[in-house]
Design a protein. Sequence first.
Length: 368
Amino acid sequence: MAHQIKFIMVGGFLGAGKTTTLGRLAKYYSDQGLNVGVVTNDQAADLVDTNALRSQGLHVGEVAGACFCCHFNALMDTIEELGSEQKPDVILAEPVGSCTDLVATVIQPIKRLFDADFSILPYAVLMKPSHGLKILKNDKGSGFSPKAAYILKKQLEEADLILINRIDELSTEEVDEITALVNEQFPGTPVLRTSALTGEGFEPLLEFLEQDGDFGSKILDIDYDIYAEGEAELGWLNSSVHISAENSFSLDQLLLDVISQLQTSFKEKSVETAHLKTIGLWEGFFGVANLVSNDSEPRLSLSSDCTVTEADLIVNARVACDPEALTAQVMQVLQNCAQALNAKLEFRQTQSFRPGRPVPTHRYATPQ
């Protein structure tokens, strides 16, 4: 049989830890001497994840402007471009965190149209504890409507493997509670407990991915009206700015200040954060800070450990509020942070919108 590319897609809700997981997987396979390509995905350009992964030296392509399912041809073109010099051994794909029905619209089309080129490995979906626990318990205080919660549940339903991530942030009792809920509501689906940040539970994940089997075959019974309305409840913002000051400042502290002030602003307006990320870049140095819910602590997921007088910043915000209001809040916080440093702020590009109704390029209702 001709050389087949291992296709590994890692799904999960916004803020579940997909990018960190893919970065860890990419390092593992690269250390094995394999040629690895990574494909990121977003509804708009200027994605923090793409910049963060490239800054780690990874070979990254991006599908921007729509999800994999609606830009399927762009996904396959991007994979081809990643192999323009050397055919990859492994493709790691990170879909948009508000998307589901990916087995029917991404994995099955690859199986049917590119079967000779790809080997489909288990489709792993990360469970985000901060929102997932409340949603599985039907807690009305989850911060999201039932339609948005519907997406998270459907993501878990189509998984070959459910990864309860971020266990480093949880007590043993909380991990056990989430595990019991997942096992009860998604019986028969294997469950692993992991921390993409620390690497705990990573070895069992690698072992599971190496299994042989008919993976990517769980076709959802899904209501696209509910799906579309749930996704459209989120305001989506990507903004890039340049900041410069006469006096030096800590890049990492600036990133945390931006995240913390936005968290305060969102809480004051009673709008829930699905995911908030910012990356700071300066002459090869970079840092990333993020927030995965209003009740979580802002975290520096990647430290730059540098003091600078200027930097490029990218902010990605996925928040349950009107896009215009979201833009105003982000711009105000960035201006406040710049003013505190006596710095100049140059807005380069800002995109803010609600995702449109998903219209998949292909959808197969029965598995191959």
